[in-house]
Ligand binder design. Sequence first.
Ligand code: NAI
Length: 348
Amino acid sequence: YMQDTSIPLAKYGGRHTVTMMPGDGIGPEMMGYVKDVFRVAGAPIDFEMAALNPANDSYEDLVNAISSVKRNGCGMKGNIETKMNRPDIKSRNVEMRNELDLFVNVLKCKSQAGIKTRHDNLDVVLIRQNTEGEYAMLEHESVPGVIESLKIITEESTERLCRFAFDYAKANGRKKVTLIHKANIMKLTDGLFLEVCNRVAQDYPEIEHNDMIIDNTCMQLVSNPWQFDVMILTNLYGTIVSNLICGLIGGPGILSGSNYGPRYAVFEPGTRNTGTKLAGTNTANPCAMLNASVDLLEHLHLDEHAQLIRSAINKTINEDKVQTVDLGGQATSMDVVQNIIAHIKKGL
Ligand code: NAI
């Protein structure tokens, strides 16, 4: 429903300009690998760099980055650290998603044959509300020692999220959509979330639909994750469950996540953490960011380049088993990237 209007026009010579926001921690290194891989694969992308410094609270860099994405239509992003003890600085990640109206985050969680995990053959798609809910960032101290926080759920945004999820299920041959909530306690907010989803589901009779309480969902994900197909979640439940499923599939270094709105799209690693302790050690797994770069290519309909790189990543992890420490291997980040580049060269 949003794809056509969100696709930026090709620029001079058929090349696309895309905003690149390296973020903190391992972000800059990972983005360097994306550039190396794109260069070898001949992907017709020019990156416009937008640095976002966590120590800078002027917001000028954030405004510049947002304008750049608005100009180019899409971007790639590492994560920007949000200092915990500074209530005066709001999360720039959240502000960016709000300002660009990136209301949905899509995380495709598919097991990789070459990664040893407790559960095999998982294939779940998470559709997360990305701009409201518990992330409204509206907190205040009403009297000393009493903090209040607002959770915002709107009918309009919930409806477009649910329609996105059911349309996604229909377009991708998925059979079932499960809405995750806590409407037994959050009677009004999650109650509305559940009610809207049940209403939207009636327009998609061919797709099975059920709902599940978040607590039980976490237990079910560990004991019987194969029962899930497409899941719809509020913002906070979504980030928690995203990390849980990434953990089941092989950790933070594998999966990518895509953020979409009516006009813009931003691609990033699925778990969105900064990996700060790994920065500069040449040990972080580059595959999550590289998979995000493939999502970007698919979004721009550069399907041949996307397939070439995706297949090189998958062969490296699953067939050659050139894996970083997080997956039980001994390869460095650079070893993995070099192996991927060798496959790309063979495939050209
Ligand atoms: P973290 O960055 O410490 O990562 C968690 C674990 O995963 C660590 O053991 C790390 O070494 C490992 N890891 C991360 N990326 C990896 C990779 N590519 N390869 C191998 N191992 C990898 O995560 P934490 O403590 O949750 O968050 C750090 C910062 O990220 C926080 O300051 C927070 O602000 C931000 N963050 C933001 C989120 C958002 O959605 N805006 C979500 C999560 C974190």
